[in-house]
Design a protein around this ligand. Structure first.
Ligand SMILES: Nc1nc2c(ncn2[C@@H]2O[C@H](COP(=O)(O)OP(=O)(O)OP(=O)(O)O)[C@@H](O)[C@H]2O)c(=O)[nH]1
Ligand SMILES: [Mg+2]
Length: 443
């Protein structure tokens, strides 16, 4: 099968949302015509939008973070159990084949992780699990599974707080899991949540996980109250309308429970975030294109101004060169003996020169006091030289763009104004159409 064929098959199996994000990503990253390259050439740093959203899961040890991921993707990728199962940070993402990557291989796949300093001497604690699952919205998600947080002497072989805060920055959603049995009120979890909340409050969602194990309705209410109270004690977290969904993994439920499982609401939240991300991505595409177009316009305007400045400089400079030249010529001619002029130019021309150049020159010299007359010639030559130097000084031209550069800028502006904007419009229409279809289905 040809590459083209392969990509068509891929297109057919891809969801509209996935394709929109992939297309916009490649509009940015194309090495030749990508927005990142075009912007860089004119001094603007752009970051390509991601093809997937990132969801960071944090919480106490054994709160069910890894189990949630396995449930979502409908595959057992992450180890789960009562022991401290997840020891490092794992990115779980969908791809063409099942693969587990550790350390450097993960950095290779996600070069931006090189900015994360927490794993400098313990890269083996940073891994990626690629699975072929496309369940729910997984093809548009990267889950970041983290080690359970515990209080006390527990030593992590890397800077766990720093790593969580770093991943918080690049995440679109942060799920905080509290479970009813374990250390629901683990201080370390609360501290990190408080810190994350400073800049990413809108991304954070709290869940009472394993809520099937929370006992009776009133027991569960008590646990919920306790957690909410503890969270509200933190000044930054004390916000009105605290929401904490109660969730459990249906297949792991041990006893029958009357507890309402709100796990589907988690999926809906994920879908909302994906939709929002697509809208934001398409809007950024438009905004970034405008930014580049404006910068290109400014550059062309500046170049035109520099060109006209250069022209006026060279006109002024030519005036001084010409003056200098005329002065030197006059000095030369005025000092040629009359006999030679008569002999070589004829009487007529020679007498014209005498009356129009040589005589005024002599009269002009006679204005000078007697003592200065010997310096008349050197003074005139110096003036001519000064005029010449002034012309050189004025004639310092500023660099302008070459015809080729101008042509390429104009072409790029054209490309952004027409191709990219049309493409954005088309993708937006597709997105809206699909949203309408989704809406019809949910009615
Ligand atoms: N009853 C019940 N058990 C669950 C649920 N979710 C997870 N478990 C169990 O809880 C234990 C811990 O789950 P994990 O998914 O490993 O928890 P974790 O948060 O990833 O734990 P660490 O990686 O150690 O931080 C496992 O034995 C799971 O089977 C749930 O919703 N209900
Ligand atoms: Mg785990």
């Amino acid at each position: 099968m040809t590459r083209k064929g392969a990509s068509n098959v891929e297109d057919l199996t891809m969801s509209v949302n996935e394709r929109i994000l992939r297309d916009v990503h490649s509009i940015y990253t194309d090495p030749k015509d990508g927005l990142v390259t075009i912007a860089k050439d004119i001094g603007i740093e752009l970051i390509a939008p991601r093809k997937k959203i990132n969801i960071l899961l944090i919480g106490n040890h054994s709160a069910g973070k890894s189990s949630f991921i396995n449930w979502y993707i409908e595959e057992t990728v992450q180890r789960t159990g009562v022991a401290i199962e997840t020891q490092g940070f794992t990115l779980v993402t969908s791809g063409k084949k099942r693969e587990s990557l550790l350390g450097n291989a993960t950095l290779h796949l996600y070069p931006q992780l090189k900015g994360l300093s927490s794993f400098q001497n313990s890269l083996e604690y940073l891994g990626t699990e690629i699975t072929t699952s496309k369940q729910k919205q997984f093809s548009l998600i990267t889950f970041i599974d983290t080690p359970g947080l515990v209080d006390g002497d527990m030593k992590y072989p890397f800077d766990v707080n720093n790593a969580i805060l770093w991943f918080g920055e690049i995440s679109d959603l942060i799920f905080v899991f509290f479970d009813p049995i374990g250390q629901a009120l683990c201080k370390r979890t609360l501290n990190i949540v408080e810190k994350l909340n400073e800049n990413h409050g809108n991304k954070i969602n709290f869940y009472l996980s394993k809520s099937d194990e929370a006992g009776s309705d009133s027991d569960r209410q008590k646990v919920l109250m306790q957690i909410v109270q503890e969270l509200c004690k933190r000044p930054g977290l004390n916000k009105a309308g605290f929401e904490m969904l109660t969730i459990y993994i249906p297949t792991l439920q041990e006893k029958k429970t009357r507890c309402v499982n709100q796990i589907e609401d988690v999926c809906k939240q994920v879908e909302r975030t994906i939709k929002q991300t697509i809208q934001n991505t398409l809007n950024s595409l438009e905004k970034d294109s405008d930014l580049i177009i404006n910068r290109i316009n400014e550059k062309i305007k500046l170049d035109n101004k520099t060109r006209s400045d250069n022209l006026s400089r060279s006109l002024k400079s030519s005036f001084f060169v010409l003056s200098s030249f005329i002065l030197l010529l006059s000095i030369g001619i005025a000092n040629v003996p009359q006999i030679l002029l008569d002999k070589y130019l004829g009487n007529n021309v020679a007498s014209q020169i005498k009356t129009n150049i040589a005589d005024p020159y002599k009269q002009f010299g006679e204005f000078l006091p007697n003592d200065y007359r010997p310096y008349f010639l050197p003074i005139l030559i110096s003036i001519a030289l000064i005029l010449f130097f002034i012309s050189k000084l004025i004639n310092k031209k500023k660099p302008t763009m070459s015809k080729k550069q101008l042509k390429s800028l104009n072409e790029r502006r054209e490309y952004l104004q027409n191709s990219i904007k049309n493409k954005k419009k088309k993708l937006y229409d597709e997105y809206l159409q699909q949203s309408v279809i989704d809406f019809e289905h949910t009615k």
